[in-house]
Design a protein around this ligand. Sequence first.
Ligand code: ARG
Length: 606
Amino acid sequence: MKKLLDLISDEVSQAFADAGYDAALGKVTVSNRPDLCEYQCNGAMAGAKQYHCAPIMIAEAVAEKLQGNSAFGEVSAVKPGFLNLKVSPAFAAEYMNRMAADEKFGLEIPAKPHMIILDYGGANAAKPLHVGHLRSAIIGESVKRICRYAGHTVIGDVHLGDWGLQMGLIITELQERKPELPYFDDSYAGEYPAEAPFTISELEEIYPTASKKSKDDGQHEGETDAEYQLRQQATADYKAKALAATADLQNGRRGYRALWRHIMNVSVADLKKNYDSLNVSFDLWKGESDVQDIIPGMAQKLKDDGYAYESDGALVVDIAREDDTREMPPCMILKSDGAALYTTTDIATIVERVEQYHPDEIIYFADKRQDLHFEQVFRCVKKTGIAPEETKLKFIGFGTMNGRDGKPFKTRDGGVLRLEALIKEVNEEMYQKIITGREISEEKAREIAKTVSLAAIKYGDLSNQASKDYIFDIDRFTSFEGDTGPYILYTIVRIKSILRKYQEKGGMLTDLSVLPAENEAEKALMLETAKFNAAMESACEEKAPHRVCAYIYDLCNAFNHFYHETKILAEEDQEKQKGYIALLLLVKGVLEASIDVLGFEAPEEM
Ligand code: ARG
C-alpha cells in the first residue's frame, strides 16, 4: 500500500503537470507549521527559477487545479509560494480502513527479499552475561524482528566467544582443584564421564577466580618487594599454563576437548535461560570454535592468492588505502605461534556464511569500540574476494550504557553488574509501583511487573540511537509517563480496556469501519497512525529500532489526546461509536505490531 505522503504527492504532482509545470515539483512533506496545515509542498518555490516567474503564480495555478480534489479538505497558496494542504477527513478515514484491512497495516513487502544474517548477542561461553551484552541482544533481536516483519529472510546467529583464553583459564583452574580428573591424564584412553565435573554456579565462580589469578594487580599494601615478586612469578606461571592449555585445546588434546564440551553444555544451557528471560532468541548457536577447521585452508589460500604474507613471523593482509584518514594496521590472520585471533575467526565465519547462505547482508552488533576490528575484517574479506563485492557488510556499534553518574554501569559496590541482577532490580522497582495504592494479588502483580519491566529495559535502550551512550535511569525507565516503555504499554492497556468494556455492553468488534473525523484530535490520530508503513520501512532500511520507538511515542500521544477529547463509551450515536471503536482496533493493532518488533508485549491490565 502506498504511503500517505506518496499518495498526496501523486495528486499534487498531477496538478503541477495539469497546470503546465514539471510534475517532479509536486513532492509533499509533513508541515513545518502544524498550526496552519497538515502538509506542505514547496515545489513552486523551486519552480520559480526554472519558469522565470513569481513562485506564488505557480502555487496559485496548482492550487486551482487541486480545487475539488477529493483527497484534500483545504488547499491554499500562500506567499511567497507555499502550498498549504489539509487532507479531507474522508480521505484519511479511507486510508485507515485500507490499513485495517491489510495484514501489515499498509507496509509493502519488498519485491526481492534479502537474505540477511545478523550477528548479535556475542556472549562469551563460561563467562557470566553482563550488561555489556545486554545492548547487543536487545538491539539485534529488534532488528531481526523488524527485518522479518518487513519481509526479508533473516538468520540470527549468537556467535559465541567459545574458543579463547577463558577456556584455558578454566581448564587450568580445574586442574589445580581436581588434578585427579581423567581429563588431565594423558594416558587415559577410556570414555570420559557424561556428567560435567562442575555445576553452573561453580563454573561462574571458576572463571573470575582464574582470570584474577592470571592478572598482575600490582603490589598490595603491606606486601614486601620480595613477596610481590614471588606473587608476580606465580601469576605469570599461571597465565602461561592457561595459554598453553588454550593452545592444547585448540590443537585437539582429547581430555581438554571433552572438558570443553562440558563447559559448553553447562554454559549454553544457562545462556539460553538468560536470553529466554529477555525474550531474545537465535536461529544459530554457532561460535568461534565452529570455524577452526576452515582456518588452515583459508590461510593457505590467502597465501597462494598473494594476499597474505609473513611479517615478523605473523601472517598478515594489508588493508590500508591511500585515502585513509586513520591508521589502518594490516589485518592479522595468524599469530607468529600459528594461533588464530579474533579477526581470524570472524573472517573464517564469513567464508562459511557466504558458502552456506549466500547472504545479501551480514550485520554485526557489538560495542562501538570494536569499530577498527570490523573495519579490518570487512576490508580484508572484500579485498581477498572472500565476500562478493555486492554483499553488504555492516557494523552497528553501540554506545555504552552508563549509570546515573554518567559512568559505565556498575553495581553499588563497584563491581561489574550481572545482567540478571539488573533485571531483578528493575523488576522489583516495577513491582513496587504496581502494588502501590491498590488491591492486587501478589501473583498478578509479579506477572505484570515482569512484562512491564522488560518493556522498560528494552524501550529505554531502543529509543536511543544505537551509537549513542545512554544513561540507564531506572526511575525514568519505569515511569508511566514520558517517552518510556511503561507509557506505551499503559496506552495499549487503556485501549484494551475500552474495547473490553464495549464488548461487555454487547458491542461487537467485527464489521466496523473508521468514519471521517469530526474533530482535530481524531484526525490528528489518523494522520499519526498513517505513518506506520513509512516508519517501519525506514527502521528496516536503517536497521534502526529507534524509528519505531519515535513513531509509537507520537502515536500514543496522539491517542491519549484523542481519548481525553472524546467520549467513546458514553457516545450515544451508535454509528459514530462504532467508528471510534474501529479506529481503536486499528491503533491497537499497529501498536502491538510495533512493540512486537521491539521485542516486548503488553499485559491485559497494569
Ligand atoms: N564475543 C564478543 C565480545 O564479547 C562479541 C562478538 C561479536 N561478534 C563478532 N562476530 N565478532 O566482545
